[in-house]
Write a protein that binds this ligand. Sequence first.
Ligand code: SF4
Length: 396
Amino acid sequence: MNNVPRSNRKHITIFGKTNSGKSSLFNAILGTDTAIISDKEGTTTDPVVKSMELIPYGPIVLTDTAGLFDKTELGEMREKKTIEIMERTDFAIYTIDVNDYDGLEYEKLKNLFEKYKIPYIVTITKSDLLGEATIEGFLRLFDNACTVSVNDRNSVGDFKEMLARLLKESENEDENLIRGLVEEGGNVLLVIPIDSEAPKGRLILPQVQMIRDCLDCGIRCCVTTVEGIKKSLEEYKRIDLVITDSQVFKKVDEILPKDIKLTSFSILMARQKGDIKRLTEGVKAFDELDDGDTILIAESCTHTKNHEDIGTVKIPNGLKKVTGKELNFEFSNGHDYPEDIEKYKMVIHCGGCMMTSREMRARIRKNEEKSVPITNYGITLAYISGILERSIEILR
Ligand code: SF4
């Protein structure tokens, strides 16, 4: 369970006014003293992030944010950081101390939850210090509210159980990489090159996830290298879909009979993580590129030599060759995604396996708001290889 990557965990974030009991609740859920607690306003400065297993739901990432809307010197900076966290939050807990409740501030936060489409629960903390009538009066103010006392183990236990149930209810069926593309009982062939660029002794996350998602959907999946494709086709009488690493797209396209559908891990990852319609539309921007245009290549992690090679070498060189234009490229990594995205002609994003779909969608939305086209690595490599149509046919 500890090996589940953060991108595959539900991200639950505790928001609320300074001193509303966020850090105490965070520690109570974790059963530790990870977040520093003090009565002094603004104790939590940077968000505190912890991975845990929430029984019976499963792996989650729990984040304790800085207090919102406080009047201290660092308040504005903290607030900005909190909003950034909101972009990758799947479920929010909004804590309220009834002795310091401010309806206007609640409305402000509620509007943000609605803007980012985040399901949330209002949580009245310190309930052991309140009378029944006060609690009932406050509960009536909200559509979805509960109480908790961190001084009462049963109360914390009930809260965690309720949280697990709400998370289950807010789950999205679309998170499976293959569901809806191949029917139960179908056959899928995965092509994974084992060359010098492949990590030693293991498969990468999208490959492992694809195998698991096929099994969850009752789809048989055969894994082979480029060299093994022909033999696999002979052995399997029917292959419904071939999914390849984007780096060998062209080779696989040449080997595979044209009546067999072909796509890439990266394209299916983009379908699961983001708005695939928007990403495939983004490809039209390639035809409008001009000399001197600047393209942003964005990766959501900071490692993987082979991806750097795709982002910094293969895509820039391939695009210059195919378009015949003198293009400029800039690069971003990790959680840093430029605010001034409008200075780019377009963005080419990696598959985003290290980020949540919510975070990826927030990036796509940012581009949309500023009318900057965005597409991804897999789609771009298919375009460069001249097999774009074939590779996205399965999505139509
Ligand atoms: S660059 Fe993107 S797709 Fe590649 S490993 Fe990192 S997050 Fe995943």
